[in-house]
Design a protein around this ligand. Structure first.
Ligand code: PNW
Length: 475
């Protein structure tokens, strides 16, 4: 049974990078400012409004495009040492391609944002892709399904490195490949190509991995004298076995390999984990296909992928219990995994159906990556709690969430020897929560979406974090 350490202790390693996180489409707004290109999220929210709760969209969102200086003021006031944000690809490259020219206003926005962060002593953690693909690239042979897309992404990454490598020390190429592929075999995200299930998610995932490895190599070849570190941000719900039985223990391992492992394993080891390879190959054969639904890497691609991360970015929200069984569309990654999941009744539900409060899973995940991959450096790139904002500033459940998750991280560091260097809370402020629109709120600042000013107000959790970080700085 999990017992958190005394909550009064805020001991983290010196220099621990406390911060907060957002993403371009979720906070920026200014969706058509000057020459910005359309993204797949602009496109789907405008053309299929029912895709989003209450027919909402990110046209204005938190208006961070105009209010970034205020955002930096409030994060500085909390005491955050870092800010994780993402660059909107179509804001900088309207068609997605460097050859077609870049937007001066778009580039200028990120230059000012980064300079303002540095001037305030806040480390920029820059994500190059947090789901807002240029619509033009989606229309050209299916976005992440296009065999050319990894080169377009590498060109884009090269362009951004050429502008910001001297200023940015932490880069995330791609946020949550596992979530992105949900748009290419399911309708959980744009472009919502559910009909491709069983194939589309693996092809998109394959191209995401190639895109990442090309960007990584480019940095090593041309920009490594800047001493920056690069990773992806990986995600999943951490899976523990539903019982001590061998079957359940094996199911939990499959669950891990079909979520976090799908992408972490190739990035560190060069190729898909043998479990994925053998299961998907066998299923494909059994279905009478000539080729596996999971594409193969060439030897050259394997060599390039292997070791293409200087640290691991991990997004952790929740956990699941796993046992053998069939779920999901037939075929699909979930079905291939032969795992069904359940919740421990002691985990408190939240307004998000997929998220229950289970801090012990974070400690287990940190131990899993420590043991499986030789204790890599880990940055927790997302972690947070949603509510419905009915008592907007009095968010004691969010405080409890951070308190228990910080405790789990400290146990992982001090009792288990895990190498965790930072944590960015999702999110600095309430924002456009994808298909849930503005209904699910993750911010430590509330935002008044009825006011043209999009007024930001500190919640109780922001006060709590401010004290927590101040105490840590003092110790
Ligand atoms: C993240 N899971 O997605 C995204 O990176 C954010 O943009 C988003 O706002 C945030 O979570 C809150 O939803 C996730 O199943 C999707 O474990 C799914 C999972 C985790 C994170």
């Amino acid at each position: 049974q999990y017992r958190p350490p005394p909550v009064s202790h805020t001991n983290f390693p010196k220099g621990f990078l406390f911060g907060s996180a957002t993403a371009s489409y979720q906070v920026e707004g200014a969706w058509n400012d000057t020459d910005k290109g359309e993204s797949i999220w602009d496109h789907i929210t405008h053309n299929n409004p029912n895709f989003i709760a209450e027919q909402q969209n990110g046209d204005i969102a938190d208006d961070s495009f105009h209010k970034f200086k205020e955002d930096i003021r409030i994060m500085k006031d909390i005491g955050f040492k870092s800010y994780r944000f993402s660059i909107s690809w179509p804001r900088v490259l309207p068609t997605g391609k460097v050859a077609d020219g870049y937007s001066k206003t778009g580039l200028n926005y990120y230059t000012e944002l980064i300079d303002e962060l540095l001037a305030n002593g806040i480390e920029p953690l820059v994500t190059l892709y947090h789901w807002d693909l240029p619509q033009a690239l989606q229309e050209e042979r299916g976005g992440w399904l296009n065999p050319n897309i990894s080169d377009y992404f590498a060109d884009y990454a090269d362009f951004m490195f050429s502008k910001f490598a001297p200023k940015v020390k932490y880069w995330i190429t791609i946020n949550e490949p596992l979530s992105i592929v949900n748009g290419y075999g399911d309708d959980a995200r744009a472009p919502a190509l559910k009909e491709l299930h069983g194939i589309g998610e693996y092809v998109a995932g394959h191209n995401l991995l190639l895109a990442h490895s090309k960007a990584y190599k480019l940095y090593q070849d041309k920009y490594s004298h800047n001493l920056g570190k690069i990773s992806m941000a990986f995600c999943g719900s951490y899976c523990a076995p539903a019982s001590d039985s061998v079957e359940d223990i094996e199911a939990a391992e499959r669950c891990y390999q079909f979520t976090f492992g799908w992408f972490i394993h190739p990035v560190l080891k060069g190729d898909y984990h043998p479990l994925l390879r053998s299961i998907i190959d066998e299923n494909s054969q059994w279905e009478g296909r000539k080729t596996s639904r999971l594409p193969y890497f060439s030897q050259q691609e394997i060599d390039q992928l292997k070791g293409s991360a200087d640290f691991l970015g991990l997004n952790y929200y929740t956990m699941l219990l796993a046992k053998p069984g069939l779920a999901g569309l037939d075929p699909s990654d979930q079905r291939d995994s032969r795992v069904v999941t359940l919740w421990d009744p002691s985990w408190k539900p939240t307004v998000a159906s997929w998220l229950r409060v289970a801090p012990e899973g974070l400690r287990m995940l940190l131990n899993k990556v420590k043991n499986d991959y030789g204790n890599p450096e880990v940055l927790i790139t997302e972690n947070g709690y949603p509510d419905d904002g009915s008592d907007p500033l009095n968010d004691t459940e969010r405080i409890n969430y951070y308190e228990t998750h910080f405790a789990a991280i400290r146990q992982a560091i001090y009792e288990d020897g895990c190498n965790v260097v930072g944590h960015t809370s999702w999110s600095l402020m309430d924002n456009f929560e994808w298909r849930d629109g503005y209904k699910a709120k993750f911010g430590i600042f509330s935002v008044d979406f009825n006011s043209p000013n999009r007024t930001r107000t500190m919640k109780k959790s922001a006060y709590w974090l401010k004290n927590y970080i101040a105490m840590h700085d003092y110790l």
